[in-house]
Write a new protein. Structure first.
Length: 326
């Protein structure tokens, strides 16, 4: 595995922007970065051949009231379970892996309350979809989870021998035995490539890791949902800019309304809710300030459907019967 760790020096420091903070009374000491609109670091020469494709492996059915404060109990939302293929001339990455062939065994590792509140529509695992599409597996350099929860790594089990790209904080979180990382520990051993945030500040985050050294895939630490959660900022060849934000919020309303997950969802899903609340507030400001960046929460089906699907086909319909794990 030869993933460069160098970072482009063209990115300026944006620490000063962090100084522009504001207090928000009832929600405590939220101190957001208020970025200037023009501070997005430019990619001087977007590489050709950089594109994304969403691979739908299934969806979870849940009420909007489970996803964000203010969501309706009467509105059912589809929570996407997707992998995203990031194609790059230097090699491809699979951002998250969706649910895989053994998803039911993986889901049984969840708490009873989580299983009971979840209805899963399982589709075709990402590895099978890629094989059927004629994808050359040799192009896949690594799987890059936004974080180590089961619904983001279950499908990685079907990619034998493909390294997993992870930061040390998330690796330690898994090794700590935390209940939310049981599936990560039960997956077959595989090469682990540990990267460090050894690059300069980026988009108001204190450090970064530029995967290919050309600004096309830049990772920043985004602790809260899990300690080693990341955001992946991606710039495509056509200039589109995307921010894959994992489970920082579950639906876009979290950013659009600057609201957290409801308390029970926070209790069950978020490792450090207070830290995550501050991060949501910062990201909501970034979202307002940078309308040219498309933010993609990992489970927002509308956001995922806005991406091209594998083989330029529409997202596969979820024909399978809904199942309640365990
Ligand atoms: Zn998730």
């Amino acid at each position: 595995m030869d993933i460069p760790i160098s970072c482009s020096p063209v990115f300026a420091s944006f620490d000063a922007l962090l100084m522009a903070s504001a207090q928000r009374g009832p929600e405590g000491d939220l101190q957001p970065a208020l970025p200037a609109y023009d501070f997005y670091p430019a990619v001087t020469e977007p590489a050709s051949g950089v594109s994304v494709a969403a691979i739908w492996t299934g969806a979870i059915e849940a009420r909007a009231s489970h996803a964000f404060v203010g969501g309706s109990r009467n509105e059912l939302r589809q929570f996407a379970l997707c992998a995203v293929l990031l194609r790059h001339p230097a090699g491809d990455l699979l951002l998250d892996a969706g649910i895989g062939e053994r998803w039911q065994a993986h889901a049984r590792q969840l708490l009873w309350l989580q299983r009971r509140s979840m209805v899963v529509h399982a589709g075709v695992p990402a590895a099978q979809q890629l094989a059927r599409s004629g994808y050359d597996r040799a192009r896949l350099r690594a799987i890059l989870p936004t974080h180590a929860h089961w619904d983001h790594i279950s499908g990685s089990e079907d990619f034998a021998g493909v390294p997993v790209l992870m930061n040390e904080t998330e690796r330690r979180f898994i090794a700590s035995g935390h209940r939310s990382t049981r599936v990560a520990r039960m997956l077959a051993p595989r090469p682990l490539c540990i990267y460090a945030f050894n690059g300069p500040p980026y988009m108001g985050f204190e450090a970064s890791h530029d995967v290919w050294g050309d600004g096309c895939v830049v990772l920043v630490p985004a602790a809260g949902h899990t300690p080693g959660s990341i955001i992946a900022f991606v710039t495509l060849s056509d200039g589109q800019r995307l921010a894959f934000i994992g489970d920082i919020v579950w639906q876009m309303e979290g950013l659009e309304r600057d609201v957290p997950k409801p308390w029970l969802s926070r209790l069950l899903a978020d490792y450090a809710p207070t830290e995550l609340r501050r991060l949501v507030h910062r990201l909501a400001a970034l979202h307002r300030a940078c309308p040219d960046i498309r933010f993609i929460p990992a489970h927002d089906a509308r956001a995922l459907r806005s991406l091209p699907a594998l083989d330029a086909s529409p997202p596969p319909p979820l024909h399978s019967e809904a199942q309640r794990p365990g």
